[in-house]
Design a protein around this ligand. Structure first.
Ligand code: NI
Length: 184
């Protein structure tokens, strides 16, 4: 089932998300729906708050980014903790399904070590680099209530302010299912 993606302005995107246990109701269905929703909107990552759940869950599939030489990473991250980030920060034009039509250069370290539970609630500790690391960092930010625009300079933030207000009011054309939070 395709879920509506919460747009910028929805308070759920600013929540510090809660850890979950394996008895979280409907978890397998939620994960399945999140993959379907992510593929439908051509995303490479999706975090639970983007579909209205303030829980520490995100998924990634970087295959759309990968060329034939490097295999993409498709994974489910539950209760993730970033252990270490390292290397010289590199910039990339990021976007976010919750912030349509805005892409900005964000600098992030190229390597990370992350601890997380998989869909069977088995703990894993793994290192990632390059694009997989970037997508994980972006999605991990979501479960901490952080958005990629928070990483921009004050000047850049000022420049996109009007667009952000429009998104929060639903004044943006999107070709996937979104749920807008209308300010009272
Ligand atoms: Ni995002």
């Amino acid at each position: 089932m395709i879920l509506p993606i919460r747009a910028y302005g929805d308070p759920v995107l600013r929540k510090i998300c809660q850890s979950i246990t394996s008895d979280f109701p409907g978890l397998n269905q939620l994960i399945e729906n999140m993959f379907e929703t992510m593929y439908e909107s051509n995303g490479v990552g999706l975090a639970a708050p983007q579909v209205g759940h303030d829980i520490r869950l995100f998924i990634i599939d970087t295959n759309a980014f990968s060329d034939k030489k490097i295999k993409g990473v498709k994974k489910i991250f539950i209760n993730a903790v970033i252990i270490e980030e390292s290397g010289v920060e590199w910039g990339f034009e990021e976007g976010c399904l919750s912030i349509p039509k805005i892409r900005e250069n964000v600098k992030r370290p190229p390597k990370l070590i992350i601890k997380y539970q998989d869909e069977n609630f088995i703990w894993n500790e793994e290192s990632f680099d390059d694009m997989a690391a970037r997508v994980i960092q972006h999605e991990f930010d979501h479960i901490e209530g952080v958005l990629f625009i928070d990483h921009l300079s004050p000047l850049k933030k000022q420049l996109i302010k009007g667009k952000l207000i429009n998104i929060s009011k639903g004044k943006v054309d999107v070709d996937y299912k979104m749920k807008f939070y209308f300010k009272k």
